[in-house]
Each structure stands twice: as structure tokens, then as C-alpha cells.
Design a protein around this ligand. Structure first.
Ligand code: PRX
Length: 656
């Protein structure tokens, strides 16, 4: 079968950066030239410029045993030293590293000097609990500074962290603790979410209980517990330790030891939409180089003046690379927020931007669309004029959501960077540079300097410009995953087998290159629909639906159909202002016609269902597999990875 994906949607708007922005940017077209002239030399330069090496490397890349790469292999560094001590030594210890805001409104500002001390104390405590080089530590915390402190303390010791998102259940936590063989778990009594304390410690207790089954070893020796929620907790003497009993009392003297560049830094499990979670393994020198490099140039970082805010939870890769490692390696000042966007009022994010004078905002399309649904009157009440760069990550951003983001949040002037990457890539791979690129709504645009990407067909051959195909990464990159924890075969099969001959990494995404050479992400290849012999991407039809004034969010799937093979079925969430004045039936008819006119009859949905919610994973991605079940009248499949498992029964009932 052809792997080409038909291209239907045309978008011709372009927004170059303003002259004022260009005048102050650190982005320089020479980056592209240098990287094109000597890719490895370029990465070597970045690694030397952006990081401190205890022992300098002499070799940039060893690719003699693909797909297992070694970057800066004979160099040595300490990741935590790079994020902390060296800034203090350089005299910026009194710069705020983290402005933290709790959901109930309590707050703390922590300088680099204070953060360094806290991490040193915590490293001493962990070392006292027997954590050393190569040991695994599970971190199951809310969005509080101790989450970042714990990650850095583990990294400082040359140990490996596995952060588990606080919204995951005891079962998910258990399988991750067991797979990694964690020695210590760091958690909290609870954290604030939606105005209440949501307990965490009981899930840890449960995940460690009842280990009598075959092969069920108890690797965890200690549980370190931060007091945050103030809720009652059960206590296991000898195992459980309060953070506040040991960390403040520990010594703040701790010398960072150097570890090899390829020393493992963390494991992060991708839940995916099906199957057993994969423990994606990242290592130190290459990862930190790319995290720092991308954070600096993609956001045009001015560390002396910017206040940066990435809204991702520490439990996702975005929280690893763009809350913990990238910003701290660059000595940036950032905001960290514990709670949900709508608590205690729907303008909470905008209030925080106004309060802290946030200049760079990095968030996800799903959040932007949920704000569109409520309406612009909410952000309009706040002063957002400090914002100068806006970022998007996690899903294709529909052109109309992009325009809303630009106009309503960015005041019509802040450049938007749509950043494409994955847990596996470790850092941003495709993105505009805000001071250089003329931005196109909905396009992630170009591989960053130093990154090689192609859109290819099933045989690995480049597709002609204008056509859709498969996104492949054609050369190794510094922050690439080094494997799947404990399963090298799965690593090869999942990512490298498809283009084994060419040695390309297969990302699993569909993409299209336009006439200017800009990339458009088309959604996961598994979600492509086959309609009357055409291969249609989810992203383009969803973008067309979102371009209608009544629509806030849309998901489309292919449902089997006697005449066309598959038919397009759409699930649409309406903006609140449209709900009152229109009937769902009337709007469904309008939307079918709209898509037909906008992108052609082939894409016209057979059915449009107006729904109140869409099924999403805990990181906000739409689970189209479940919608396909509904559209084909099947019993809905496994919903355990959904953020809200009730959503599917509501949608099923609405559709009936
Ligand atoms: O399908 C792509 C989509 O998210 C996938 C990676 O998800 P995850 O590992 O959870 O990492 C999310 C944060 C990096 C990709 O394979 N994706 C991510 N960013 C974009 C995107 N799709 C389109 N445009 C993006 N900017």
C-alpha cells in the first residue's frame, strides 16, 4: 500500500518576526550554515559552549554500532553541577531559578544559590540511604520545587531517576517501580488539584504492598515523603522518612563528581495508547547539550531578563527537558505552578503571567483549545503584554488555534514556535527560530540546525514536495534515546527496523513538506484514514473543523464503511458561546458542509457528533482508537490510560 498521505488543506498566511524582535534576538542564520557545513563539529561546539566538562571530550559521535550511539563518549561531566553550582560560581547565585506558585496561592521564590544548597542536602540524604552511581530512584510528586530538587539530586549522584506522573494509579506506579528496580521512592503526602488535596502516599503504599507473587521482588528500601498536602498518611516504620526530618538537617557540602557522558540520566515511561509502557532511556552529555541548545535558541532566551514558563508536568518529557534540565542549564528564571488552569477561577494562568511578568510561555494545543472553548473574555481581563515568545508542543496545532494563540494571548505580535519532538528524541527537533523564521500557522516548519529529517515513503525514499509521507530522522542526534530499559530488541524493532537499510529512525508520525520546504505534521500514521482510495490525515480535517467559528476542538477517525472503505467520522466540541443559540443537529449539518467546501468532498465527514468532551490521555493527547470503537458501534476498548475514564460512556451515550 502507498504510504503517501493526501494533502488537502492550504494555508498561506505568514508572520515574520517584527523588526523590534529581530533587533534583539540571539537567533542567527549562521547557526544553520555552521551546522550544514559540519554537523558533528557544530554539536561539538554547542556542547563546549553550553556546558562545563570536568573532562573534555575528544570524539563527538561514535556511530559504529547503530542504533546505539555514543555522544561525547570520552568526556565527563556532572549534570547537576551544570544546572546549579557553576551558575553560583559565575556569580549569578542570587538570580531566581524558580518562582513557584501553589494552587491555593502560597508561593516561594528560590535562587540558584538556594537551589544548589537544597540539591546538595538532598544528595547527601539520598547517599545516606545507599543511593549511588547507577541506582534507580522513582519520583512520584506533585508540581512542587522538591520534584526538580529530587531529579537534580539523583543526577548529581550519577544515579538514574524515573519520574512517574502524579496522576498515575498505584498499578502504573508499581509496574514502573518494578521494571526499573527502584531502590528509593520520593513522594509527598499529597498535592493540590482542583481546590482539594489529592493524596499520593497511599498509591505508593499500595504499589509496594503484597509482593508474594513469583518474581515479585521488593527492591524499594526507603520512601522519602515531602509534606505538602497536610493529609494523614499511613507510616511504615524503618521504611518511610519525612523529607523535613532529614533534608534541612543534612550538610549542604557536596562535591559533584564527574561521570561519563553516556552515564544514564533517566528512564521515562511512555504510556502510548496501547501496550506495555516502554522505559525510554536517556543519558547525560548529549541530552543536556540538546536540552540547553534548544531551550536557548528556540525560545530566544535572554536569561538576565526573561521569565520563562513551561506549563508541562514534571512527569512528562517536556517537564524533564524544559522545566528541569534545559532552563536550569541555561541559568534561566522560570515559573512553576502546582495546580490546574481553572482553579480557583478560569483566568488563573493569565493572572500568573501578569503577576510574574512571564515573557516566554510554552504549552500544549489541548490547553489552548480549552481556553478557546471558554472564550477570549477571560484572558482579556489580564495584562499579558510581557509575553514575547509563545511555544506549542504535543500535538499538531490547528491553524485557527494558532491564530487565536497569537492574537488573544500574544497580542498579535509574539512569535509562535510550534515544536515537534517526542519522549524518544529527548529535545526539540523541528521548530521555527522565532527571531528568523517567518511563521506559518499550523506548521512546525524546519529541522533545527544540526538535525536531519526527511519525509519518506514506505521504502524510505524522499517524497516529492507537496506530498505527505512518513517522518524519518536520518542522522543520529545528541539527545536521542539510547534504548528501552531492559529491552534492546524492542528498541530496535519499534524505531529502527522499518528503515533498517537506510539507518533511519522511524518516528511513527505522518508529515508533509510544502513548496517552501516547511514541515506539516499530519498525526500518527496509525490514525490515517483510507477513504475511497485516498489516505487522509486526521490533522487536516480536524484543522478544518476548528476553523469553523463554532468549534473549539475536534477529533476525526476513519470508521469502516461499505461504499468508501472507511468514512470520516468527526467528534466536535463547540465553543460555549455557540451552545445556547444553535441546535446540535443544525451545527452538525453546517460542519459537514463546511469541511466539504474548505477541503473538498472527499474529506466531508459522514457523521458529525457534537460532544462535551473528548477522550484524552493524562498528557492531553486525543485517543482516537476509542472514538473509532464508538464510530464502528463496537464495545469501547481499554480505557485505563484515559485521564477521565467516564468520558467514553458519556460519548457513547451521546452518540446513541
Ligand atoms: O505525534 C507527535 C506528537 O506527539 C508525539 C510525541 O509524544 P510524546 O512522546 O508524549 O512527547 C510529547 C512532547 C514532546 C509525536 O510523535 N507531537 C509532539 N509535538 C508535536 C506533535 N505533533 C504535531 N506537532 C507538534 N508540534
Amino acid at each position: 500500500m502507498s504510504s503517501q498521505i493526501d494533502h488537502l488543506l492550504n494555508e498561506s498566511r505568514q508572520f515574520p518576526p517584527s523588526p523590534e524582535f529581530v533587533a534583539q534576538t540571539i537567533d542567527d542564520p549562521a547557526l544553520y550554515e555552521r551546522a550544514a557545513a559540519d554537523r558533528e563539529g557544530f554539536w561539538g561546539e554547542q556542547a563546549r559552549e553550553l556546558l562545563h566538562w570536568h573532562k573534555p571530550f575528544t570524539e563527538v559521535l561514535d556511530w559504529t554500532n547503530p542504533p546505539f550511539a555514543k555522544w561525547f563518549g570520552d568526556g565527563e561531566l556532572n549534570v547537576a553541577y551544570n544546572c546549579l553550582d557553576r551558575h553560583v560560581e559565575a556569580g549569578i547565585g542570587d538570580r531566581v531559578a524558580i518562582h513557584w506558585e501553589g494552587e491555593p496561592g502560597d508561593s516561594r521564590s528560590i535562587t540558584y544559590a538556594e537551589l544548589t544548597d537544597e540539591v546538595k542536602r538532598t544528595a547527601n540524604v539520598l547517599a545516606g540511604l545507599g543511593v549511588g552511581h547507577g541506582d534507580r530512584v522513582a519520583i512520584y510528586l506533585p508540581m512542587i520545587p522538591e520534584a526538580v530538587i529530587s531529579m537534580l539530586a539523583v543526577a548529581r549522584l550519577g544515579a538514574i531517576h524515573s519520574v512517574v506522573f502524579g496522576g498515575f494509579s498505584a498499578d502504573s506506579l508499581r509496574s514502573r517501580i518494578d521494571d526499573a528496580g527502584a531502590k528509593v521512592v520520593i513522594t509527598a503526602d499529597g498535592g493540590y488539584r482542583k481546590g482539594k488535596v489529592s493524596a499520593l502516599k497511599p498509591a505508593v503504599d499500595q504499589s509496594l504492598a503484597d509482593r508474594n507473587g513469583e518474581g515479585e521482588q521488593q527492591t524499594v528500601e526507603h520512601v522519602l515523603v515531602v509534606k505538602r498536602g497536610g493529609n494523614d498518611v499511613d507510616w511504615t516504620e524503618g521504611r518511610d522518612i519525612w523529607w523535613h526530618d532529614v533534608v534541612p538537617a543534612a550538610s549542604a557540602d557536596h562535591e559533584a563528581q564527574a561521570f561519563p557522558s553516556e552515564n544514564p540520566l533517566y528512564i521515562l515511561y511512555t504510556s502510548g495508547t496501547t501496550g506495555k509502557p516502554k522505559g525510554i532511556l536517556h543519558t547525560s552529555g548529549g541530552y543536556l547539550t540538546q536540552a540547553a541548545y534548544t531551550h536557548k535558541y528556540v525560545f530566544d532566551l535572554h536569561p538576565e531578563t526573561d521569565v520563562y514558563w513551561c506549563t508541562a508536568d514534571i512527569g512528562w518529557v517536556t517537564g524533564h527537558s524544559y522545566v528541569a534540565y534545559g532552563p536550569l542549564a541555561n541559568g534561566a528564571t522560570q515559573l512553576m505552578y502546582e495546580g490546574t488552569p481553572e482553579t480557583p477561577h478560569p483566568g488563573r494562568w493569565w493572572e500568573l503571567i501578569q503577576k510574574y511578568g512571564v515573557t516566554i510561555l510554552y504549552t500544549a494545543p489541548t490547553a489552548i483549545r480549552s481556553f478557546m472553548k471558554i472564550g477570549r473574555q477571560v484572558p482579556n481581563e489580564f495584562d499579558l503584554s510581557s509575553l514575547r515568545v509563545l511555544g506549542s508542543v504535543g500535538e499538531p496545532i490547528n491553524p485557527e488555534a494558532w491564530m487565536w494563540y497569537r492574537e488573544v494571548i500574544g497580542g498579535g505580535k509574539a512569535p509562535i514556535v510550534d515544536t515537534w519532538w517526542q519522549t524518544e528524541t529527548g529535545g526539540i527537533m523541528v521548530s521555527p527560530l522565532p527571531g528568523i523564521t517567518a511563521a506559518k500557522p499550523g506548521s512546525a516548519q524546519v529541522p533545527l540546525p544540526g538535525i536531519s529529517i526527511d519525509v519518506v515513503d514506505e521504502q524510505g525514499k524522499e517524497v516529492e514536495s507537496g506530498n505527505g509521507g512518513l517522518l524519518a530522522i536520518t542522522k543520529p542526534w545528541p539527545a536521542m534515546l539510547r534504548g528501552v530499559w531492559g529491552d534492546p530488541e524492542r528498541f530496535k524493532e519499534t524505531y529502527w527496523e522499518k528503515f533498517e537499510e537506510q539507518g533511519f529512525y522511524f518516528a511513527g508520525d505522518g508529515a508533509r513538506l510544502d513548496e517552501d520546504g516547511d514541515l506539516w505534521l499530519l498525526g500518527r500514521v496509525d490514525d490515517v484514514m483510507h477513504v475511497s482510495g485516498h489516505r487522509l490525515s486526521t490533522a487536516e480535517i480536524e484543522s478544518s473543523l476548528v476553523a469553523h467559528e463554532a468549534t473549539a476542538e475536534a477529533a476525526v477517525v476513519g470508521a469502516s464503511d461499505e461504499t468508501t472503505g472507511q468514512a470520516v467520522v468527526a467528534f466536535v466540541i463547540l465553543k460555549e458561546s455557540f451552545l445556547a443559540e444553535h441546535t446540535p443537529e443544525g451545527l452538525a449539518t453546517q460542519l459537514r458542509g463546511w469541511v466539504g467546501e474548505q477541503i473538498g468532498p472527499i474529506a466531508r465527514p459522514r457523521d458529525v457528533y457534537i460532544v462535551g468532551e473528548l477522550p484524552k490521555t493524562r498528557s492531553g493527547k486525543i485517543m482516537r482508537r476509542l472514538l473509532r470503537d464508538v464510530a464502528e458501534g463496537r464495545e469501547v476498548g481499554d480505557t485505563t490510560t484515559l485521564a477521565d475514564t467516564a468520558v467514553m460512556s458519556i460519548i457513547s451515550a451521546q452518540v446513541k
